[in-house]
Design a protein around this ligand. Structure first.
Ligand code: ADP
Ligand code: MG
Length: 217
């Protein structure tokens, strides 16, 4: 994957398995978000292959990948500020794999958004709440695969712990999770497999404990 003549991803090979949390770590500029965009379909690599459930999806646009079951959250939050929490989540239910409005309520409950906050416009809510709204929006479509770009950014310790519990439960239910994350404590407590990237390449991969042992500051 290149931006102009600059090669941002070179020979990157990763796989994400159902029921597992896979993490992608590495310094700023390593290419993590670029890889994420290639998986979601918001960028198309010039060469290489993206496969989902054995099917080549390299040329399938982002919205069609969402329908197949690949959901994502954004590093820069992307909720609709004038819509309420529940309305934002409903949009996720309408665009996903399952497209069932009944998916909204259980997802609001899973993320602790079923109280009065559900009818509050997203504008003005805290970062922690907005990250939960965004995760709820992604989950409301019934994805099989969830891609999270820095889900813990801007969260306090209690919010990170709550997030980790939810993500662990999703993986235990069989979902495939890929998280791009700087918080190595969260990665260590959550991920089964870790890929470390630098300068557009995978420089280490394997069980989380093994890769993190070599990823010190
Ligand atoms: P990370 O998410 O690991 O911080 P990125 O994937 O955002 O890294 O960026 C990888 C490299 O590609 C960086 O050198 C960055 O400057 C460059 N890059 C990212 N987006 C663009 C773009 N739209 N145009 C040109 N270069 C880009
Ligand atoms: Mg990034």
């Amino acid at each position: 994957m290149s931006y102009g003549g600059f090669v941002a991803l070179d020979s990157v090979d990763i796989s994400v398995a159902p029921g597992r949390v896979t993490a992608l770590i590495g310094p700023n500029g390593a290419g993590k978000s670029t890889l994420f965009h290639c998986l979601c379909g918001t960028l198309r690599p010039r060469t290489g292959l993206i496969a989902y459930d054995g099917r080549d999806i390299t040329r399938i646009p982002a919205h069609a990948r969402t329908r197949l079951g690949i959901a994502r959250t954004f590093q820069q939050l992307a909720v609709f500020p004038s819509l309420t929490v529940a309305e934002n989540v409903r949009i996720g239910a309408e665009q996903g794999r399952v497209r069932d409005p009944a998916a909204v309520e259980p997802v609001l409950r899973l993320l602790g958004l079923e109280g009065p906050v559900r009818d509050t416009p997203a504008a003005g809510l805290s970062t922690g709440t907005l990250r939960r709204v965004e995760l709820a929006r992604a989950l409301a479509g019934g994805p099989t695969t969830l891609l999270l770009d820095e889900p813990a950014a801007g969260l306090d310790t209690a919010e990170v712990a709550a997030l980790a519990r939810v993500l662990r439960a999703l993986a235990a239910d069989g979902m495939a999770l890929l998280i791009v994350e700087h918080d190595l404590d969260l990665v260590g407590g959550l991920a089964d497999t870790v890929y470390a990237m630098a300068a557009g390449r995978i420089v280490a991969s394997g069980p989380a404990a093994q890769v993190l042992a070599g990823a010190g500051p």
